[in-house]
Write a protein that binds this ligand. Structure first.
Ligand SMILES: Nc1nc(=O)c2c([nH]1)NC[C@@H]1CN(c3ccc(C(=O)N[C@@H](CCC(=O)O)C(=O)O)cc3)C=[N+]21
Length: 305
């Protein structure tokens, strides 16, 4: 069988960002509103700093306002809550993102609960999770599952009715919302995890396999149903395989053993260049949608599921 089609998340994300930029310009022209996202980073984690920078760059490129709040690692929880209250009350701020993970002395659920649900650009607030889980309109959908669904639809078309979907990983930020989105799309959904009995056998039944466990190359080629669509959400930094790269060098791999899986799957996302760029593009989309909602303008179709 021919190798799988490589799903180019980077290219799809570039197209989506261009559509968001058009939406931003249209909202400015029609309502005089510039969408704004506040990005809150607590501490100095190097990976978080890289992610936050790429979000801020994307905002500016798309004509949106970026409100950057970089706080000390030992910031008091009460001060972070007070900052969120100020951002909730600021009409120029349409979306608020608190970069995770937070330092250990801060209660993440308490912080997420403080964000006004209509400004929750990440879709992590329990109100948005609940709207999605109950299939109600108006939910802000978490960026990574939303981006994954857009790639699945681009590959298989809009009608996913009756397909067997397996989501590997049950986190609140990826696995659970992904399962709800696929259920909403009339798939038969299995939500598998570290305690699932015979994971390989469960995976082999899946027409759509979404891997989001954070274990490098855990899903092997022989776990995949021939022709399946494989969405690899994992971003794992591992030591470089090539000794010529030198000591301390790393590379990114997904949760799927790509070289094996590409021989079996029908379509597969690479890492990097797959789901990662979609996450940031969907954050831009969610911010635009929040600004549209606040202004009483129509919501972009891709964000209104
Ligand atoms: N409140 C919050 N919201 C988030 O959305 C959030 C977060 N916290 N904490 C950290 C994770 C991680 N995350 C990524 C986004 C883009 C790429 C991305 O674009 N990755 C590139 C490669 C990047 C590289 O080369 O290192 C790719 O896959 O092609 C990766 C990871 C968002 N996160």
């Amino acid at each position: 069988m021919a190798d799988a089609k490589i799903i180019d998340g980077k290219a799809f994300a570039a197209g989506l960002r261009a559509r968001v930029a058009d939406g931003v310009a249209a909202l400015k022209a029609s309502h005089g509103v510039t969408p704004g996202l506040a990005v809150v980073l607590v501490g100095e984690d190097p990976a978080s700093q890289v992610y936050v920078k790429s979000k801020e760059r994307a905002l500016v490129e798309l004509g949106m306002n970026s409100f950057d709040h970089h706080e000390a690692a030992d910031m008091a929880e009460a001060d972070l809550l007070a900052l969120i209250d100020r951002l909730n009350a600021d009409p120029a701020v349409h979306g608020i993102l608190v970069q995770l993970p937070l330092p250990k002395h801060i209660d993440t659920q308490k912080i997420l609960a403080r964000i006004a649900p209509e400004k929750d650009a990440d879709g992590f607030h329990v109100v948005n999770a609940g709207l999605l889980a109950t299939g109600q309109p108006g939910a802000i959908v978490p960026c990574t599952p939303l981006g994954s669904l857009l790639l699945i639809r681009d590959t298989l078309g809009h009608d996913l009715k009756g397909k067997r979907a397996l989501v590997l990983g049950r986190s609140n930020i990826v696995g659970k919302p992904m399962a709800h989105l696929l259920l909403q799309a009339d798939c038969t959904v299995t939500l598998a995890h570290s305690r699932t009995v015979d994971l390989a056998e469960e995976c082999r039944r899946a027409d759509i396999l979404v891997a989001a466990v954070g274990r490098p190359e855990m899903v092997r080629g022989d776990w995949i149903k021939p022709g399946a669509t494989v969405i690899d959400v994992g971003i794992n930094r591992v030591p470089a395989a090539d000794p010529a790269a030198g000591p301390g060098k790393t590379r990114l791999v997904g949760d799927v053993a790509f070289a094996e899986a590409v021989k079996v799957a029908g379509a597969i996302t690479p890492v990097p260049g797959g789901v990662g760029p979609m996450t940031i593009a969907c954050l831009m989309l969610n911010t635009l949608a929040a600004a549209c909602r606040a202004a009483g303008a129509p919501i972009p179709a891709e964000a209104a599921l």
